[in-house]
Write a protein that binds this ligand. Structure first.
Ligand code: ATP
Ligand code: MG
Length: 390
């Protein structure tokens, strides 16, 4: 801590949010010799456990924000639902990235889609539903079959209902508590991809190679890099659009944009995250700079150089289901030695207190000399853990 409480310590940074993304940011910052404070209300959080200091308080806690403002030179976030007001308040005292305005856009699906449209980035046809009248109009607007998604607070497919008829849509809106929602047309997806871009204070932007993602039950299951099924022209287009969005938001930090590649080859933006992303985790093991290194560089105003993928990689998400044999069974640790016996496997566990089904507990990254080898080993790892093939 700095001796003078009015002078923040240039080597001290803070992260708002205590999840696994915060934990991996803490690791990257510590490699660079920084001290990290985590603000997270949960006393048993993955990032709090790794950080030098954990302030166990709500994100809007005045004393905690004051402490960070006085002691930390820079503040980032790992969680898009951190109140934008907290970021604004901190921005009066220290460098804050991503900017509060951009985070606010990403917090609300309708604002996010408006941003896509303003930037000339195609997204799925949709309608905002915030009243019985807009519900009726949306049902007649050619958006069915569709997916009803809450406008705020959705993640890992939560707050989403697939609907095939006007009746199902009305029932789904009830089920979601008549929350403000968007109804999106369900599109014929050929593939899902994502792009992690990092934009500096000077507007310079670099990006990770395009990732190809497989979701199961609305949750990311597998990421492959390089993307095996995506033509270079499509990947280039995705990168160009992600950069355009970062520019449009006057973004500073790491931004991940998820895209659908449709059956006809066209590219549609799905959503964006104002932070590192689960689909970028392979970069820790497969790139010369990880997405968390990029987050740190943008936060500190350090130079950005294009990250290089030095190994093809496959990332498998490890959900809490792996800890349970059958319904109602008690939790037990998966057979890690069985997968660690395979070449090129790196196991990441987030230190979460308790395994729960559908909860992200960790991931593993397989790197190899060729994409075919990485995939073959990842398939073996999946099989040894009882995960489906991909
Ligand atoms: P995340 O954890 O990525 O934040 P989320 O809960 O915000 O997820 P989305 O990314 O909106 O959810 O959707 C989850 C998955 O559902 C997508 O990755 C895709 O597989 C499928 N999906 C979403 N929207 C559509 C759509 N319009 N058409 C077809 N499939 C879709
Ligand atoms: Mg998503």
């Amino acid at each position: 801590m700095s001796a003078d409480p009015q002078t923040p310590d240039a080597r001290a940074v803070a992260v708002l949010g205590g999840g696994q993304l915060g934990r991996m940011f803490v690791h990257a910052a510590q490699v660079a010799g920084l001290r990290v404070t985590v603000l997270e209300p949960d006393a048993a959080s993955p990032a709090g456990a790794a950080a030098g200091q954990h302030l166990t308080a709500p994100y809007t806690d005045a004393a905690a924000l004051d402490h960070i403002a006085q002691h930390c030179a820079a503040v980032t976030t790992e969680f898009e639902n951190v109140p934008a007001a907290a970021l604004r308040q901190l921005a009066a005292h220290c460098a804050v990235s991503p900017p509060a305005d951009a985070v606010e856009v990403c917090q609300h699906r309708a604002r996010e889609k408006a941003c896509f449209q303003a930037a000339g980035v195609p997204c799925a046809p949709y309608a905002l539903i915030d009243s019985p009248a807009t519900l009726a109009t949306a049902a007649a607007a050619g958006l069915l079959p569709g997916i009803l998604k809450t406008a705020t607070l959705g993640y890992d497919g939560k707050g989403q209902v697939r609907v095939d008829s006007a009746e199902a849509l009305a029932a789904a809106w009830q089920q979601l508590g008549q929350a403000v929602c968007v109804l999106e047309k369900r599109l014929p997806l050929a593939h899902e991809i994502s792009v992690v871009v990092a934009r500096g204070r000077d507007g310079q932007t670099v990006h990770l190679p395009v990732q190809q993602n497989l979701h199961r039950d609305g949750i990311l299951a597998v990421t492959q890099v390089p993307a095996p099924d995506v033509p270079a022209a499509t990947a280039d287009k995705a990168v160009a659009r992600a950069r355009r969005l970062a520019d449009a938001l006057d973004y500073v930090g790491v931004l991940c944009v998820e895209f659908f590649v449709l059956a006809d080859g066209s590219l549609v933006a799905n959503e964006m995250a104002p932070r590192p992303h689960n689909s970028g985790h392979h970069s820790i093991d497969a790139c010369d700079q990880s997405q968390f290194d990029l987050q740190l560089r943008t936060l500190m105003g350090w130079p950005l150089t294009p990250p290089r993928l030095h190994s093809p990689a496959v990332m498998l998400n490890l959900l809490g289901d792996l800890w349970f044999d059958g319904a109602g069974a008690s939790a037990r640790e998966p057979d890690w030695p069985a997968v660690l016996a395979l070449p090129g496997v790196r196991l990441h566990l987030y230190g979460k207190a308790e395994p729960r089904r559908a909860r992200k507990m960790g991931h593993l990254t397989v790197t190899a000399a060729t994409a075919a080898q990485a995939r073959a080993v990842a398939l073996q790892a999946a099989s040894r853990l009882g995960l489906p093939a991909f």
